[in-house]
Design a protein around this ligand. Sequence first.
Ligand SMILES: Cc1cc2nc3c(=O)[nH]c(=O)nc-3n(C[C@H](O)[C@H](O)[C@H](O)COP(=O)(O)OP(=O)(O)OC[C@H]3O[C@@H](n4cnc5c(N)ncnc54)[C@H](O)[C@@H]3O)c2cc1C
Ligand code: SF4
Ligand code: SF4
Length: 608
Amino acid sequence: MNAKKLKQELNALLGDEARIRTDAFECELYSTDVGSVPFANRLFETVPHLVVQPQTVDALTKVVRFASTEKVALFPRGAGSSGLGGVVPTKEGIALDLSALNRILALNREQKTIMVQTGTRWSTIETAAQQEGLSLSVYPSSFFSTVGGWIASGGYGIGSFQFGHLKEQIESIEVLFPSGDVRLFTAADKEFPLFFGTEGQFGVLLAATLKVRKTPERQLPQLLYFGGVDAALTFVTELIQSKIRPYHIKYLDAAHLKEVNKLIGEELYAERDAVLVTLEDHAEDLKFRQFAKNRGIAADEYLARYLWHERLFPMKRRSTQPTLLACELIMPLRYVATYMNKARWIAKRSGLDLQAEAHMAGETDALVLLSFLSDVRNPWRYLAHLALVPRLTMLGIKRGGAPYNVGIWNVPFITQKADPQTLRAYRAYKRKVDPCNILNPNKFFAVRTRWGVIPDLLFNPSLFKLLIRGASLFTPLMARSGEDRNHESVLEKTMYSCVKCGSCAAQCPAYAVTQDESLVPKNKLYLAKKLHEGGHVSKREAEKAFLCMHCGLCREVCQNDLDLVAAWEELEQRLEQRFGRPEQAVREFVSIAEDSPAYWRCVHAQEI
Ligand SMILES: Cc1cc2nc3c(=O)[nH]c(=O)nc-3n(C[C@H](O)[C@H](O)[C@H](O)COP(=O)(O)OP(=O)(O)OC[C@H]3O[C@@H](n4cnc5c(N)ncnc54)[C@H](O)[C@@H]3O)c2cc1C
Ligand code: SF4
Ligand code: SF4
């Protein structure tokens, strides 16, 4: 079915129960995620036919039933903060934007539970819970991502040392299947675990009941320095074996602390490997201090507190290279040090400064994140750097690790994520609940490109690994320091340094009022890039960039600390020179915004 017919049918079906977007630019905004893979649109139809943003569960059910009957592919999307193509369309179909299904359905103070729709962001839940003296037990560093997205793709984050995987903090989930049936699964149901980490393959998550806890009276972070990764992780192992029970344990390497020094513009932190331990109880804190004495060098408490605050900003960087590349694995703690040493050696040989961190995920495993910077504007060098990401994943797998997410780009490693029995169970369930494969096709289980068998072979595990080994031989040849970016204007620096995490969407009143993705700061930067690189920008697209209150709320939460308000001023100047200033549209927008409760909610949230 072509886009026009699809829109007609869906309009007739949904009326104003859903926002339907067919504008080429708006659809293009749904063609990417946090990752930058320049050739993705050559292999797949990454731009959806249209975007549907259901406003009600009823509308969502109608869309899913319709797609199932008409065999139209659906690509569910929360905040789009994942990075392996999990939300990226792979063929003609519908991008299903679930972010408007964001209501808190029930909060039970006695039972300590919160039931939410899955488009709700973690930050919203924590704010609501705190008003009742409650708090989340675990949450992702991407605090502005959605509940549905994290159930589908993650589950380890802040608090996972004490509270384990997200699965253990959920009482029940409600799932909408492609058939249109809705089922409630409690933690006791056999099928319950199937929906965690399977990236929306079996159904659309509608609601979840989360366990919360009494807000801890205090959080007491401590930072200790060590002589290297081996010493730091030996300390972590001993700490786990002791009877002390911290809330969270995180390892950070020297490169990480060097970057923090750069960010704050002062050498406050020792540039050494370190462990950040957060306790929530004075007695435990005393025991910990006793335990840590003579094992590591304690940093001043304010330094530990600052790093703890920054746990929600893991992508902040100050560097000449703008594009962040990352590899994430879940790995037995005992192998992490060897893995990091080898990974660092490989990156160094390629002239790259690797940053490493590991969050303890329970007593035996760690969620390991390796990242480095490159520049997507330098295509060959960037491709060589990009090849290093699967290379580091392969290295981690060899050392007992498993890829954390699959999406499109980790499909060759699916057998390392799930053992044969689990994978068989997944495949059988997929056949049962989604026989026409309408949900997130060409991902997770197997990839089909738009060109048929030969390019599909690229995703064959053996060939893929061979290609990656070959490609990464070239990475050292591409070693060169980043170009000088001092000549770039604020807008140029900002557009290329945006990591597309989407945190800004959660705070932006212009987006809250309109629910229009084109107004989200990261998407205005996408438009700016198009304009800067000489791509086609229409007057209508340009007009939307002016619909901004210049309130600066986006800057407050920006993952990469970008000077966004200055960037908006420059963008508007550039657009004004070409298209003129849309005075009337701006006036109308301001008046609509000021009459909108959504606008005042954003302003009020800021005042709190
Ligand atoms: C700064 C930053 C920090 C991060 N920190 C962490 C972390 O601490 N821990 C961690 O695990 N990850 C982390 N991530 C990765 C990512 O943010 C998380 O996995 C996140 O929770 C995904 O949520 P989302 O709403 O953005 O989902 P999306 O990226 O929109 O979607 C992810 C996947 O879930 C599917 N999906 C989304 N909603 C639904 C639904 N309702 N029903 C069915 N399928 C659905 C999508 O199709 C896709 O496959 C981080 C990312 C960033 C940018
Ligand atoms: S300045 Fe305010 S309205 Fe404008 S993009 Fe940022 S948050 Fe949105
Ligand atoms: S502008 Fe900042 S907060 Fe928004 S997506 Fe880019 S890096 Fe993230």
